[in-house]
Write a protein that binds this ligand. Structure first.
Ligand SMILES: CC(C)(COP(=O)(O)OP(=O)(O)OC[C@H]1O[C@@H](n2cnc3c(N)ncnc32)[C@H](O)[C@@H]1OP(=O)(O)O)[C@@H](O)C(=O)NCCC(=O)NCCS
Length: 149
């Protein structure tokens, strides 16, 4: 039987197993056990899992920064695709973000992730042009946290 519930930090091992077997996901240091627990604590009630016959088959991480929503790690086990699990996870996540008064949500999709590109396009998400993503590690800063404040 298929069911959905809020993601918990205790789901970590099962999620990692799923994520390692799913193409198109970028795992990073932010996906450490501590990183995921901190993300869930900062964005309560916005990340979800799907379970089928007691096994974790889908995930979505959602949150917002007070201005825009962001979705990460929408993943469905290859054997469980095409059952609208991805759509249901997205709906729950977007609904939770909207309930906080956030009116727009973004997702980063790798340019060569054809499956992801196809899914978001089919779901009505607009592909933006005219932007590039610039990133930098925060560990290069010379000021201490106390000095910034
Ligand atoms: C993308 C992914 C989550 C879709 O999960 P899913 O449960 O199979 O998707 P759903 O069954 O909910 O599909 C919902 C709709 O999208 C469509 N769809 C799904 N994948 C699609 C694709 N690659 N291209 C076009 N349409 C797609 C379905 O046909 C369905 O259409 P409908 O509205 O006409 O019924 C899954 O393929 C996956 O985990 N991919 C690898 C990880 C990934 O790329 N994640 C996105 C990261 S940005």
């Amino acid at each position: 039987m298929l069911g959905f519930r809020e993601m918990a930090a205790a789901d970590y091992d099962a999620m990692m197993e799923l994520w390692r077997g799913v193409e198109g996901l970028e795992l990073s240091g932010a996906d450490s056990r501590e990183g995921i627990a901190a993300y869930l604590a900062r964005n309560p009630g916005m990340s979800f899992v799907a379970e089928a016959e007691g096994r974790l088959v889908g995930t979505i991480l959602g949150g917002h920064d007070g201005r825009r929503g962001f979705i990460y790690h929408l993943a469905v086990d290859p054997a469980s695709r095409g059952r609208r699990i991805g759509a249901a996870l997205t709906e729950r996540c977007l609904g939770a973000i909207a309930a906080d008064g956030i009116d727009k949500c973004h997702i980063f999709v790798k340019s060569d992730n054809e499956v992801g590109q196809g899914f978001w396009t089919r779901a009505g998400w607009a592909k933006r042009s005219g932007f590039d993503v610039f990133s930098r590690g925060t560990d290069v800063l010379e000021l201490t946290r106390a000095e910034v404040r």
